[in-house]
Design a protein around this ligand. Structure first.
Ligand code: HPA
Length: 263
């Protein structure tokens, strides 16, 4: 708690706090450019914040207004596969809670498990499967309820907004793996049987931390590629980034719509 407070106080000196925060996935950092009256602080200036080593993740916390709503943007996230402990990921979310963040839009790039999905396209997360083999709350607090990880009321509103904006927004279950290698064909086949729709290497640690803090979460996956074996093509991070670039305008439109009409 002391560490969270120390980080929070330093952040407050440089940027504006807000009730709403966005966590941006691979290749989706472009949203930051939409913020008016931007102020920013680099993760390297915040005690306890780690810098991402992944291309497509910037590494700064930005405050500003989008659609007249004050937001904080975690532009660049850190991942378990980079070698960071889960607690370090949760620490960023806890710091946002200290700064007054009550609602989070958590985004990611993910591989679609189904051929019927268009690539790239957007998916609203309705639930997740934690297949990472770790949990950020190990050591406590224990037994946090996870029955509504992606707030149902907010999801209803997001679907209405998407419809109004004529954005095809699928809904599905995210399965999180530790990475950093992509999955095998056999793993993807298994994930389909487990009830998952999209696979990725992030989001779940942040969502678990957020639920512990009683923060409400909207989760959005950008389906940047077909998961291994869905089509006969090798996977690459370049494809993920390129898909992010292609879907950027639709993604921005949806997030703006959510900020305008849901929050
Ligand atoms: N698998 C895991 N993580 C991902 C993928 C994928 O296919 N695409 C983007 N992130």
């Amino acid at each position: 708690m002391d560490d969270v407070k120390a980080a929070g106080l330093i952040i407050k000196e440089k940027i504006e706090p807000s009730e709403i925060a966005l966590v941006l996935g691979s290749g989706l950092g472009v949203l930051t450019e939409e913020a008016q009256g931007k102020k920013e602080i680099f993760y390297s200036e915040i005690p306890g914040f780690a810098k991402s080593t992944v291309p497509g993740h910037e590494g700064k916390l930005v405050s500003g207004e989008i659609e007249g709503k004050k937001v904080l943007i975690l532009s660049g996230r850190i991942h378990y596969y980079e070698g960071h402990p889960m607690e370090k990921i949760a620490f960023m979310i806890d710091t946002l809670a200290f700064l007054g963040v009550k609602k989070l839009i958590i985004t990611n790039a993910g591989g679609s498990l189904w051929k019927k999905h268009k690539i790239p396209s957007l998916m609203l997360l309705k639930d997740h499967i934690n297949f990472m083999g770790a949990n950020p709350l190990r050591g406590g607090p224990h037994f946090i309820d996870m029955s509504d990880p992606y707030n149902e009321e907010l999801r209803k509103k997001v679907k209405k907004v998407a419809k109004k904006l004529k954005i095809k927004l699928k809904e599905g279950v995210y399965i999180a793996v530790s990475g950093p290698s992509y999955e095998t064909k056999a793993e993807i086949k298994m994930f389909r049987k487990l009830g998952a729709d999209v696979v990725g290497m992030s989001t779940v640690p942040e969502v678990i931390a957020a639920r512990k803090n009683n923060q409400d979460v909207i989760g959005i996956s950008c389906l940047t590629n077909y998961a291994c074996g869905v089509v006969n093509k090798p996977l690459s991070h370049e494809e993920v980034i390129e898909s992010g670039r292609i879907i950027a305008s639709e993604f921005i439109k949806l997030i703006k719509g959510i900020l305008r009409e849901v929050f």
